[in-house]
Design a protein around this ligand. Sequence first.
Ligand SMILES: Cc1cc2nc3c(=O)[nH]c(=O)nc-3n(C[C@H](O)[C@H](O)[C@H](O)COP(=O)(O)OP(=O)(O)OC[C@H]3O[C@@H](n4cnc5c(N)ncnc54)[C@H](O)[C@@H]3O)c2cc1C
Length: 201
Amino acid sequence: MFDVLIIGGGVSGMSCALVLGSAQNKPFVSTKKIGIFTHQKSSSLQEALFNNAYGIPPGTLGSELLKQSNLHLVTVYPHITQIPEEKVLKIEGDYPEFKVITNKNSYTTRNLIVGIGSSNTFAIEGLMHYVEPHKKALPEKQRIQLRNTDHKVAEGIYVIGTLAGWRSQLAIAAGSGAAVATDILTLWNDNIPTHAHDSIR
Ligand SMILES: Cc1cc2nc3c(=O)[nH]c(=O)nc-3n(C[C@H](O)[C@H](O)[C@H](O)COP(=O)(O)OP(=O)(O)OC[C@H]3O[C@@H](n4cnc5c(N)ncnc54)[C@H](O)[C@@H]3O)c2cc1C
């Protein structure tokens, strides 16, 4: 049983996993089981080239970022379970016990974070009733988002990245994933606001 499972190994999902991973020494996190589906085939990063993203050297390929982010997570936060090459097909159940069914396996989790992009090919059974037109994309692109309030879709279900209704910029998607990570940390800290920082001091 996971405490949280992140669906989507692109910008928002990996950013969320890194922030959750970095909080490992906090007492309210140390016992938590965290996982991420690192399926990357349909990431926007596959064809992107970055010259305008904060902290990323100009000329960086999105395809490189996909490789680097997996390596970053497994090297620095190996306690986060990476589940590669599985596509999530269906969600069953309600908080606090969801069943996540992929093309290969099934998993149980208390909380779900969904960051699989805003394409209208979205087809995760069990989440379809949350789908609505994307509010910040051109209508002719037919993008979608999951209905949410400040990233929360329903009890135990959160959405991040472009699927949360944000415009498609790397920094926005990364920030969205990080924001929900701190929401989850705050939840685990009995709703006392918190975040995860390292410091040279
Ligand atoms: C060609 C191009 C150029 C771009 N250039 C720039 C730029 O110059 N500057 C900039 O700031 N932004 C740029 N972007 C935008 C940026 O890449 C996106 O905003 C960002 O990747 C969105 O992050 P996300 O997490 O919402 O989605 P993604 O990064 O697309 O991640 C979604 C992830 O979900 C996975 N997934 C999908 N379905 C499933 C499923 N059923 N189960 C499990 N996993 C699943 C995918 O494989 C993928 O890994 C560009 C995008 C494109 C396409």
